[in-house]
Design a protein around this ligand. Sequence first.
Ligand SMILES: [Zn+2]
Length: 465
Amino acid sequence: MEEFGLSNKTVWSDCLQSLLNQAIQRSLRLEEKIRELHSARYASEAPSFLMKLLSDLNGELLNGLKSICETTSSIEKVDEITYTTQSKEIRSYCQALADLYSYISLVESSQAGKNLTSISVSIARLSNELVPNNVTLVCPVYSCNYCYFDILLWLKKVVERFFSETKLSGYPKYFAFFGFPHVIRDDILCHSLLGHELGHFVGTEHNIFQDALKDVPLSSLTANLTASLTAIPLTLLDLQKIFEEYVCDIVSVYLFGLAPLFTLIEFGTSVINLTDLALPHPPLSLRVSNILTTLEHYGYKDFFSKNGENAIANTMLSTLQNLGVLVSETQEMIEPLAMDILHCLEIPLKKARELIESRIDKRFQLKLDKHIFECVKLIEEGVPPSSILNSKLDSDQCQPTELGFILNAGWFYRIMYLQNTKPISLPLQECEHAKQLKDLCRLIDKAVEQSETIYWYNKRGEEVS
Ligand SMILES: [Zn+2]
């Protein structure tokens, strides 16, 4: 059997060399891909930053592989044991390279003109203003969900495995990534959900999750929950994660008012359907309930009642009231554990609402005023609902309209005029409702784009003067 086995020393050596060659090829191809993407046009600095980072790390990995090459060639006799230890190391390099590859798709999907919508630019700006000195990338992803993660935090794991931590020392504190589903990239009203994702980022930076829970003995809470209920043992970490999801909804209301509420309901299909406990996200109707309380806390209900003579304000108020009724009617269908959790978290959630108000700059809090009704009227006339405020200002400088304001105008219009209660006919044909929604999204997109242009125009002006 000897002549067929792998005990021959040259065979072990060949196997090792082939493995090394593959790894090196992979690294060289990555560099090629990065060079190819360099000529593309991007709407922000973030993709170039990411490419530089990936290129740096890839260079380090390539150097590491080259030194393994040298070590291997100096070994006189490669036996099975040498092969096993060396190949294990090479494979870990391959894994790291594969990790870097997965980030290249983010750079690809952030190419301007190809996938980008006005909201990518607007959210990136908001993220940069909320947390200074960070790099933010907002782009479509191919999963059907919204997401946030810190790219640097993740790449640090790759770095720490191979190099000293100082490798990342020259970089900013955060590299925030926000993804929205590619398949609905034109549905700009739906992207109000990015407010929730911003919550994950901002909440961490301002220690809101931690500090709101500070005085609550969570461990005794989980003990009670586990003892009283069910086969699901709930850990402290589970509870913290659920809490974080509720708090992110609060941040989204702080930034974008009612828009995230309507989007959440639409994205979650209906209040009644999603009553199950999918950790860490709480059941939809409990999230809606938390948002309704938050809207009241931040004074939105008062705003509508005070403007009760306006038909739009009236409709919005009764929409919120109906939702409240619907939420309480679904309570018996909800997992009792989820209900108990929300009940236990009520006090820290109240604390979180206050912390958000005191720690996130007031200028980011969406304040509705009567102009919102004029914005809705503009949409009715087929005009993008931005720059309505400009004519009201004494200053001759045009001011951008806040993203939250535009999104709310869009949703108010939709709820006032575009109710969709007719059954959809199959096979799917483009119905009048779908067309109207598309037109609405186009107008909202235009408004966000106009507003961004005004912002950058003013900023440039300030820099020049
Ligand atoms: Zn979340």
